[in-house]
Design a protein around this ligand. Sequence first.
Ligand code: NAD
Length: 436
Amino acid sequence: MSKNTKSLLEDAQSRMTDIYERLEVADDSRHRLGQPKRIHQASLSVRMDDGSLRVFPAWRVQYDDTRGPTKGGIRFHPNVSEDEVATLSLWMTLKCAAVDLPFGGAKGGIRVDPKTLSRLELERLSRGYIRAFHDVIGLDRDIPAPDVNTNAIIMGWMVDEYAQIVRRHVPGIITGKPLGLGGSIGREQATGAGALQVLDLWAKRQKKEPHELSVAIQGFGNTGQNFARLAHDAGYKIVALSDSQGAIYNEDGLDPEPILRHKNRTRELKGMVYCSDSVCDAADTEAQTMSGDELLQLDVDVLVLAALENQITDANADQIRAKTIVEIANGPISTGGDQILQDRDITVIPDIIANAGGVIVSHLEWVQNRMGDYWSGDTVAKQLRQRLERQANAFFDLADEKAVPLRTAAYLQGVRRIADAMAQQGTHGYFSDTDG
Ligand code: NAD
């Protein structure tokens, strides 16, 4: 964790000042973007299987909705806090604007270690979240999705709970659903697939072929697994993988597919929502185990961060030896860490473009739900590819033109669109004392 005592939101906000100055953003917009528009909090009471009652704190934070209904995942994790959810909702606001989706940004979370709950306890907790917040989310208001420790199974329970409360089908209220309940083909792979596409575009600009690049991946959940599988198929050499329990390494390369199959098989056998095995249990005998910290310090071409925020900070940034870092996780590098990496000429492909594939396909899922018509995998993949290619190349060009880091270019793009939309809303803010 960072040595400084700034909150995550203050740390995230400190990156914005330079952007406001470069864009000459009006004071009104700076004030509006200075904090979340709405913070909803609830205590979720859940009956445990043994008859006892437990209470879990939960949040839904809607940061800004100037460009459309707010959008963002729901995280289940023991460290979830209002500060973390608010920060993630700011990043969602910037990301949706940066890739030009008609959404604002939100995030949700429950402070829970979900792996200690039975499947039925987890279902009651997930349904409880929707009962607590059903009146503040909505098809044209705020649309949740999966995040850390939530997945299509959990989105299925949530969309069903919402339908029962409002007494009608509203599949577009949540994205990342199972296909049978209105999910979109390609959503589960979208974040990993998008990250690989952005890395491919970057590598092409550096005149590098995939087989010339070694890759270490921190985090082997939904996004890390899909990225690993697709990158391996595309010819990148995956030399290391980690999860919360440890890491494995093989300098000749690892095939993520059997590791993934092993994890999924044990999950299905146990009828579980989560994989309980670590990458270390599934490794073949050729791989050596190492600590998660050692993985971060490997001398590789590409380090992919696909776990949680604040993994590289001013405490460890000087030990990183990768040449390029891809942020699939949201906010895995603190502001202090970022500065050190920049001084050391390590390129960071920032979260708001590297992981935008997920929200881009979530948008496509929402559009399909609204039309009541569903597209083929090819149509979804083509639309994802086109949007991401357009937006990523725009950041890369802007970064070259202004001689700024990729993160600054992405933020410039996002903040400019939000500030323009705020200005286009006119002056009603001068006259109304509430916006409801
Ligand atoms: P997930 O819960 O499926 O997987 C998280 C993985 O990280 C697990 O393998 C876990 O073991 C691992 N992990 C946790 N702590 C770790 C540590 N200290 N070292 C190594 N590994 C660790 O979550 P996910 O959906 O893959 O999300 C990962 C990140 O990507 C999050 O920051 C999330 O906000 C972001 N993200 C997810 C999506 C999506 O579509 N799911 C979209 C955009 C961004």
